[in-house]
Design a protein around this ligand. Structure first.
Ligand code: EZ4
Ligand code: CO
Length: 413
C-alpha cells in the first residue's frame, strides 16, 4: 500500500489551523496538525509545494524513514516551519498506522502507563479578586493544577490575561484578528515593564498560598521576558510559594541562561514551547537545567520528534509538560495525549479547551473529567475533520501581539 493523496486544509473556526490529510491507496485517511501561530501560510506552502509531491507513492508504514527523509533530505534542517511540516506528516502517518491496527495510538507507543493524565488549566484576572474567583471555581470542579497569570498595576493588557470576567466562560486567545473580526494587517502592541512585574508578582503567589492552602498546584509562565539575573531573583522569591513550575523565565534560545537561575533557586523550571528539535534541549537536558519539557507534538517534529526528546529527557529525570494552547489544533492535542499516556516520564499536560466553533469542525474523542484528560480509545489519534464545515471558515490573518518597553524599545512578547 502507498500514499495516494496529500491535501493541505486551512480553516479558521474562531482561529486559524493548518491540517494535513494523507489518504492511502486503500482509502485510509490520516490527519496531521501543522499550525504555526501567526505564520500559518508558510507551513501551507512548505507542505503543499515541497513536501506533498514527494510523499506520493511512498509506503505509509515507514514512518521513521519518512521522518528522516524530510529531516535530512532537504539539507536545510530544523526551524519552526520545517519541523511543523514534518510534524503534520508524522502525525498523519501514525494516525494511519494506528487505524490500520485498530487501536488508539498510545497502544503502539507502549500501551497505557497510567489511567489518566493530570492536566493544568489557565487562570487569570485583571485584579487579585477576579483571579481568586476563577481559581476557586476550578478547584470546585476537582481541578488540581492551575497556571496563574495576572494583570500588573500600571500596565495595560499583558500576556496571559483573559478577556472574560469571573462567572463567564473563560476566554483567552492571544492571536488577534482586527477588532471587527476581519483579517489583521499587523500585530497589536503591548507595553512591558519587568521592574513592575518583579515587584508585583511574588506578592500575588504569597496571597494565593494564604488563601488557597498548600494542596493546589500553581504554575506560572514568564514568557521569555527576564534577564538571567532577574529570573534568578523571581525564582528565589517564589520558592516559599512552592510553584509546580516557573515556565520560560528567560528567552529560551539561550540555554546557558538557566545555569544562573538554577544556582539561585530550587523552583522547578519548564521550557521549550518555541523549540523544534532535540538539539534545542541538548544543554538543558544534559546539565539538568530544566525539570519539564514544554514542546508540543506540532512544533517538535511530530510524535517521532517529541518522543525522541522525551526519551532523552527521561534519562536525566526530566518530565513531560506538553504544550496545549489553542494554537495546537485538536489533532496536535490528541497526539500529545497519546504520548502522555504511554511514556514513563509523564509530568503534566496543559489543557486550554478549544472553542465550540473549533470543536464543531474537529470531532474529538479525548475527554476531560475531574481534572484529568484521557485520549479515548478510538483507533488512531481519535480526531476527524469535518471538511465541508472547515471550508466554511476561510483563513483569516491573526497575529500574536508584540511588546515594547515603556520607552518604546522593542521587547520580547
Ligand atoms: O504564547 O501558544 O504556555 N503557553 C504559552 C502560549 C503561547 C502561544 C503562542 O502561540 O506561552 O500561550
Ligand atoms: Co508558555
Amino acid at each position: 500500500m502507498s500514499i495516494e493523496k496529500v491535501d493541505v486544509i486551512v480553516t479558521s473556526p474562531g482561529r486559524n489551523f493548518v491540517t494535513l490529510k494523507i489518504t492511502t491507496s486503500d482509502g485510509i485517511v490520516g490527519w496531521g496538525d501543522g499550525t504555526l501561530n501567526g505564520r500559518e501560510l508558510a507551513v501551507v506552502a512548505y507542505l503543499r509545494d515541497h513536501v506533498g509531491p514527494t510523499l506520493i507513492g511512498r509506503n505509509e508504514d515507514n514512518i521513521e524513514d519518512t521522518w528522516q527523509y524530510l529531516y535530512r533530505g532537504p539539507y536545510w534542517r530544523r526551524g519552526p516551519v520545517t519541523m511543523a511540516s514534518i510534524a503534520a506528516v508524522d502525525m498523519a502517518l501514525w494516525d494511519i498506522k494506528a487505524k490500520k491496527a485498530g487501536v488508539p495510538l498510545y497502544q503502539l507507543l507502549g500501551g497505557a502507563s497510567r489511567s489518566g493524565l493530570r492536566a493544568y488549566v489557565h487562570a487569570s484576572g485583571a485584579t487579585y479578586e477576579d483571579l481568586l474567583d476563577v481559581i476557586r471555581g476550578y478547584m470546585a470542579q476537582g481541578i488540581t493544577a492551575v497556571r496563574v497569570q495576572t494583570g500588573i498595576p500600571g500596565l495595560g493588557q499583558v500576556y496571559g490575561v483573559a478577556s472574560s470576567k469571573p462567572g463567564e466562560k473563560y476566554n483567552y486567545e492571544p492571536a488577534l484578528r482586527s477588532a471587527d473580526g476581519t483579517a489583521a494587517t499587523r500585530p497589536a502592541e503591548e507595553t512591558w515593564d519587568s521592574r513592575a512585574y518583579l515587584n508585583y508578582m511574588p506578592g500575588v503567589f504569597k496571597r494565593l498560598r494564604e488563601d488557597l492552602g498548600t494542596e493546589i498546584r500553581l504554575l506560572h509562565d514568564g514568557h521569555h521576558r527576564l534577564t538571567p539575573i532577574e529570573a534568578a531573583r523571581l525564582a528565589r522569591e517564589l520558592e516559599p510559594c512552592d510553584l509546580f513550575w516557573l515556565e520560560d523565565p528567560t528567552p529560551a534560545e539561550d540555554q546557558t541562561a538557566l545555569r544562573l537561575v538554577r544556582r539561585a533557586s530550587t523552583t522547578p523550571l519548564a521550557t521549550g514551547e518555541v523549540f523544534n528539535s532535540v538539539f534545542d534541549y541538548q544543554t538543558l537536558i544534559t546539565e539538568r537545567l530544566i525539570d519539564y519539557v514544554r514542546s508540543s507534538v506540532t512544533h517538535a517534529g511530530g510524535v517521532t520528534g517529541l518522543k525522541r526528546i522525551l526519551d532523552f529527557a527521561g534519562i536525566y529525570g526530566i518530565k513531560s509538560g506538553i504544550h496545549g494552547p489553542t494554537d495546537v489544533s485538536p489533532i496536535g492535542m490528541a497526539a500529545g495525549l497519546h504520548i502522555d499516556m504511554a511514556i514513563h516520564n509523564f509530568g503534566i499536560q496543559e489543557y486550554m479547551p478549544h472553542s465550540e466553533e473549533t470543536l464543531k469542525v474537529f470531532h474529538t474523542s479525548y475527554t476531560f473529567k475531574n481534572g484529568f484528560l484521557h485520549p479515548g480509545d478510538t483507533p488512531g489519534l481519535g480526531v476527524e475533520l469535518d471538511e465541508e464545515l472547515a471550508a466554511a471558515y476561510p483563513y483569516t490573518a491573526a497575529y500574536l501581539p508584540v511588546n515594547r518597553l515603556t520607552d518604546g524599545t522593542m521587547y520580547d512578547w
